[in-house]
Ligand binder design. Structure first.
Ligand code: BG6
Length: 465
């Protein structure tokens, strides 16, 4: 059976500047560059971001490979620490300007549409040290200055812009669960950082609307959506799932698309004494500057149950786990290497949720993928990784997505994480996700079986199941 996708569907893959470029010629350090310098043992096999997949040096060859696996669109991010020389004034680093101009031109020359993101966890460490990073509204304004430079420099050729990738990961990783530097545990700060990230996004949207001259230009945000399913019909489990959806999903979805925070979430945070500080003017900016397009990263759902009295919620000033516990549902399918559940139907649920509750805004799958360790074990005698598991994973997700599209959801594309195996935040090169394998010792890149398969799907705009 063949599943036909809408005309003009974006078949692509996503990466980010800090995970692919390497630190070559980069004047400033971001928080991850710094973290590796001070704590290399926190990174898998002590592999840091210095080389990544060498995209800074090999972007031409890499883009050629991207073309060979059929991509008609690719997302990457512009590194604040590469483009900008002085963060206060947003003066430019010419080498960074040249590099991103070259990348964008090379993508276009290969008929690949650039999707450009501005923040992928890579806050300049200087802004953390001086101001507390996203805890500070001054940093919000510095981000908008950086964004303005990007819109003006590249907006003639880039039509698809995104403010942040997965802002919730900054909140969770840096301010609650200590999996990203600086590993603070502070619920009140976490909530303020979530607000400041939203404000930065909305202010960047406002700036885009002011300076954009590209008639096709549009701007959005990329959110990691994790539909949260209750463990049972018990109202206490349902209540827990409702909170998890508010916290993980609606906290950015609602203000970004509807211009307002969910009243229920605001009430809970207020009652708990951790509501963010926001002025009337800031709330008005959020209200007026909603996005044009939504990127959805989908890897796994959440399964939740009513909380036991969690020691974590008592130990710290506030923790969201006060309202739910994770539920290890018996028999669920897991990607053991990454520890994430595989549940493609959640993508259909997302498609319908966006259609029914968010005005059927244009959206696309901005990341989806399967991280596998030790993939070299799956190489055949010619060195090609036989990643049938990835092909099946993509097929299952595309099938659910297609069902959502058939039912009217306005999904305009599907991007795999990632085109070429790349470096990742402390997981380094542990989990491989790409259509193209990267030998991190030799930097030799080889298309996997999934890459050849995907080219067929993309070229025909059709999935055979
Ligand atoms: C996504 C991020 O959440 O997950 C990517 O946007 C990241 O930056 C990807 O690389 C995979 O995560 P990991 O830790 O398995 O490499």
């Amino acid at each position: 059976m063949n599943l036909q996708f809408p005309n003009g569907f974006s078949w692509g893959a996503a990466t980010s500047g800090p995970q692919s470029e390497g630190r070559f010629n980069k004047k400033h350090a971001n928080v991850f560059d710094h973290w590796f310098e001070v704590e290399p043992e926190s990174f898998h096999n002590q592999v840091g971001p210095d080389v990544a997949s060498n995209f800074y040096n090999s972007y031409k060859e890499d883009i050629k490979l991207m073309k060979e696996v059929g991509l008609n669109s690719v997302r990457t991010s512009i590194q604040w620490t590469r483009l900008i020389d002085d963060f206060e004034t947003a003066t430019l680093n010419q080498d960074g300007v040249d590099f991103y101009n070259n990348v964008i031109d090379e993508l276009l020359a290969n008929d690949i549409k650039p999707f450009i993101n501005l923040h992928h966890f890579d806050l300049p460490v200087e802004l953390y040290d001086k101001y507390g990073g996203w805890e500070s509204k001054h940093v919000v304004d510095l981000f908008v200055k950086f964004a303005e430079q990007c819109f003006k420099l590249f907006g003639d050729r880039v039509s698809e812009w995104f403010t942040h990738n997965e802002p919730m990961v900054v909140v969770d990783g840096q301010y609650l669960y200590q999996f990203h530097y600086p590993k603070v545990v502070d619920g009140k700060k976490a909530v303020q950082v979530a607000f400041n990230l939203q404000l930065a996004s909305s202010k960047a949207v406002a700036k885009f609307k002011e300076v954009n001259t590209n008639p096709d230009g549009r701007i959005g945000i990329i959110l990691n959506l994790t539909p949260s399913y209750p463990a049972s019909d018990d109202p206490a489990d349902q209540k827990a799932a409702n909170f998890a959806n508010l916290w993980f999903n609606q906290i950015f979805l609602d203000p970004s698309i509807l211009g307002e925070y969910p009243a229920e979430l605001v009430e809970i945070l207020e009652n708990d004494g951790v509501l963010f500080e926001a002025t009337k003017e800031e709330l008005a900016i959020i209200k007026e500057n909603t996005i044009d397009i939504l990127g959805v990263n989908f890897y796994h759902p959440h399964r939740v149950k009513q909380p036991d009295v969690s020691p974590d919620s008592l130990r710290f000033n506030w923790m969201p786990v006060k309202y739910f516990d994770n539920y290890d549902m018996p028999g669920r399918r897991m990607n053991i290497d990454r520890g994430w559940e595989i549940y493609p139907k959640a993508l259909y649920d997302i498609a319908i949720n966006v259609k029914e509750n968010y005005g059927n805004i244009a959206w696309f799958v901005a990341e989806n993928g399967m991280g596998v360790s030790n993939e070299e074990l799956f190489q055949d005698e010619t060195g090609v990784v036989q990643d049938d598991y990835r092909i099946n994973f993509i097929k299952e997700h595309l099938t659910e997505l297609h069902k959502g599209i058939e039912e009217g959801s306005n999904c305009i594309g599907y991007h795999l994480w990632t085109p070429i195996d790349c470096w990742s935040w402390s997981n380094a090169y542990k989990n491989r996700y790409g259509f193209i394998a990267n030998n991190i010792h030799t930097q030799v890149k080889t298309i996997k079986k999934s890459g050849h398969w995907f080219k067929d799907v993309a070229d025909n705009n059709t999935l055979e199941i």
